[in-house]
Design a protein around this ligand. Structure first.
Ligand SMILES: [Fe+2]
Ligand SMILES: [Fe+2]
Length: 255
């Protein structure tokens, strides 16, 4: 039904169709992939933060790459499930974006002169989202709303605490692309959730909560030494952030 909603000729004037068409046009105009020259100023100072160990910093960049690569896989699965049409075209622009983002982070990682595996907890969450039973609505919720939304939030936060001018330049340049990907999720999710029953929506919210907490705990574990923060304070902090995410999902029809 979703495929028809987006691709049916008679629906080509619906708000969803027009909004996604606008995103495709913007992607072709603005995407850093579409630029002929390298958009990053690689001559900017490279200065990893002193408050993270070298290993933690490498792990953080490695986890970003892992997220970009998993999103490429999610987009390819969505393309195969939705078939040719406008969503397929948008996802093609996103695949190109994410591949380019991963390449930029790889180039940055090369400057750190070392590499390590992504954290196993984070990798496991991504694999869980990508398994063959994950539905279209779950994929869009996980990759376009939860993970992209947190990536945009974290990029702003990282900008406040990591003062490496080169890393800031990379994140600033890819932020527009990521915002476009979140916008796609925010257009698609209400249309998809409208097709779900009340119990299906409840189940979807529980699935989202499970995925969100598993990702947050896996990523936080990388940067906090055991005992650095009391477990109840960490739980309260994560719970407060989840409630913001839950509200976003409710506003998008998952309630
Ligand atoms: Fe990305
Ligand atoms: Fe993205």
């Amino acid at each position: 039904m979703l495929k028809e909603m987006i691709t049916d000729q008679s629906n080509q004037q619906t708000p969803s169709y027009l909004l996604i068409k606008g995103l495709v046009r913007k992607a072709n105009d603005q995407s850093i992939v579409g630029r002929l020259d390298d958009p990053i100023n690689w001559s900017l100072p490279f200065s990893p933060p002193g408050w993270l160990s070298q290993r933690q910093y490498i792990q953080m960049v490695r986890n970003l790459i892992c997220g970009e690569e998993a999103t490429v896989q999610a987009c390819k699965i969505l393309q195969s499930r939705l078939g040719p049409g406008l969503c397929h075209d948008f996802l093609e622009t996103q695949i190109n974006d994410e591949i380019h983002h991963a390449n930029l982070y790889h180039q940055y990682l090369d400057l750190l002169a070392d590499d390590i595996e992504p954290s196993s907890g984070w990798h496991d969450v991504l694999e869980k989202c990508l398994n063959s039973h994950t539905t279209v609505v779950e994929l869009i919720l996980a990759f376009h709303i939860l993970l992209e939304g947190e990536a945009v939030f974290l990029q702003k936060l990282i900008g406040d605490y990591i003062s490496c001018p080169l890393f800031a330049d990379i994140n600033n340049k890819i932020r527009n692309d990521e915002a476009r990907h979140v916008a796609f999720g925010r257009i698609m999710l209400p249309a998809l959730s409208a097709q779900l029953s009340v119990s299906e929506k409840k189940k979807l919210m529980l699935w989202a909560e499970d995925i969100w907490f598993a990702s947050a705990r896996a990523l936080v574990a990388e940067y906090l030494d055991p005992g650095a923060v009391q477990p109840d304070i960490l739980d309260q902090t994560l719970r407060a952030r989840w409630l913001q995410q839950e509200e976003i999902l409710m506003n998008l029809g998952i309630s």
